[in-house]
Design a protein around this ligand. Structure first.
Ligand code: SF4
Ligand code: SF4
Length: 324
C-alpha cells in the first residue's frame, strides 16, 4: 500500500468516483514550450498527438452521456491538427457542452495560430491560462526567455475579444510555485495579480487558480537534480489536509489520454496508471467504458496524491479549501 492510501485508511476514507462532470482530454505532449515544472514532459519535439479517428470515438462516446464539460489539455492542445475540429464536434452535439482550453498563452501568437483566439471566442470556449507570476523574471525562469512578454500580449488580445469581460468568455489564470514550495493563499494572490496586471498592462481576468506542483514528470527530475525530492515529498505529506478530500478533482473527472486510454486524473495519466477491467489486466479505453458504470469506481492513488491534499489542496479549479 502506498503512503497516501495508508493515510486514507487512517482517515477512514475510501476514494471513489462520484458523478462525472468533466471529461478531461489530454490531446498530446506536443508543446511550443518546455517549462521546468511540466508534469507532462511536453515540448516541441514530442510526437504523441491525438488522431481524428480517436477524436471521433471520443465524441461518439460523449454523445451517450450527459457529461456537461470537456476540458482540453496537453501539451499545448491547440497544436494538434484537429484541435478546432474537436471543439466543433463537441459544440455540434445535441445537448450543449461547455469546452475549456488549457492554454499556455504564447501559442496564441505563434505563426499559424494568430486567428485562434477569435475561433475560441466565437465558440465560447473558456480559457484557463498558465501565468505563474505577474513579474517577468519569475515567468521567464520557469517557462523560458520571452514567455512573459508573449503571455502579456496574448492576454491583451484575449481582453480585446471580450475574454475576462463578457460573462460568456471566462478567462482564468493559473499560478504555480516557481520552486519546491506550496502556493500561498489563492485569495490574496488573486488580489495581487489583479492589481498588478491591471496597473501595468491594463489586463483583466476572472479568477486565479493556485495549483501545487506535483512531484512527477519534469518537476520530479528538477527536484531530484537539486536533491530536493525527499524534502518536497515530506513537505506535501506534512501539509496533508483531510478537508480537501471531498473536492479532489478525480472524484468528478474522467481523464483521457491521446490514444483514448482512461485514467482517474491527468497526473495518474502521466504515471501510466491506466484503468483496466476488474480482475483482468486488459487496459481500458474510453469506448470500452459503460458511462452508466462510472460512479463509485475506486480511484487509484500513489504518493504523488499528497500534492493534491497539501495545504489548501490543489485541483484543476485551483485551491480546494481556504488556507487557515
Ligand atoms: S507546462 Fe504546459 S506550457 Fe509548459 S511545457 Fe508543459 S504543457 Fe507546455
Ligand atoms: S493525483 Fe490527485 S487527482 Fe489524481 S488520483 Fe491522486 S488525489 Fe486524485
Amino acid at each position: 500500500m502506498n503512503r497516501f492510501a495508508a493515510r486514507l485508511v487512517q482517515e477512514n476514507v475510501v476514494l471513489r468516483h462520484g458523478r462525472p462532470e468533466i471529461l478531461q482530454v489530454n490531446v498530446g505532449k506536443l508543446c511550443n514550450l518546455t517549462c521546468v515544472h511540466c508534469h507532462v514532459n511536453a515540448g516541441p519535439k514530442r510526437k504523441e498527438i491525438m488522431t481524428r479517428e480517436t477524436i471521433n470515438r471520443i465524441i461518439h462516446w460523449l454523445a451517450r452521456t450527459d457529461i456537461p464539460t470537456v476540458d482540453l489539455t496537453g501539451g499545448a492542445p491547440e497544436m494538434i491538427p484537429d484541435f478546432r475540429y474537436f471543439i466543433e464536434q463537441v459544440k455540434a452535439l445535441q445537448s450543449e457542452r461547455h469546452v475549456i482550453d488549457r492554454c499556455n498563452l504564447t501559442i496564441l501568437r505563434e505563426t499559424g495560430y494568430q486567428d485562434l483566439a477569435e475561433f475560441l471566442a466565437t465558440n465560447r470556449v473558456e480559457i484557463i491560462a498558465s501565468m505563474p507570476c505577474y513579474s517577468a523574471g519569475n515567468v521567464n525562469a520557469q517557462r523560458g526567455e520571452g514567455v512573459f512578454d508573449g503571455s502579456i500580449a496574448a492576454l491583451q488580445l484575449l481582453n480585446s475579444l471580450g475574454y475576462g469581460i463578457d460573462p460568456e468568455l471566462p478567462l482564468h489564470l493559473v499560478y504555480n510555485p516557481v520552486g519546491a514550495f506550496l502556493p500561498p493563499s489563492q485569495e490574496e494572490l488573486e488580489v495581487d495579480y489583479k492589481r498588478e496586471l491591471k496597473k501595468h498592462f491594463g489586463i483583466v481576468f476572472n479568477k486565479l487558480y493556485a495549483l501545487t506542483n506535483l512531484p512527477i514528470g519534469r518537476f520530479a527530475s528538477y527536484l531530484r537534480h537539486n536533491n530536493k525530492l525527499d524534502e518536497y515529498m515530506e513537505l506535501l505529506i506534512s501539509a496533508f489536509n483531510p478537508a480537501t478530500i471531498d473536492g479532489l478533482m478525480c472524484r468528478n473527472t474522467i481523464s483521457v489520454g491521446w490514444r483514448g486510454e482512461v485514467y482517474d486524473c491527468d497526473f495518474n495519466q502521466q504515471l501510466g496508471m491506466q484503468w483496466s477491467s476488474d480482475g483482468e489486466s486488459k487496459p481500458l479505453f474510453l469506448w470500452d467504458i459503460d458511462p452508466n458504470l462510472l460512479e463509485d469506481r475506486e480511484i487509484m492513488t500513489g504518493d504523488h496524491c499528497f500534492g493534491c491534499t497539501a495545504g489548501a489542496g490543489s485541483s484543476c479549479g485551483g485551491a480546494i479549501s481556504s488556507l487557515s
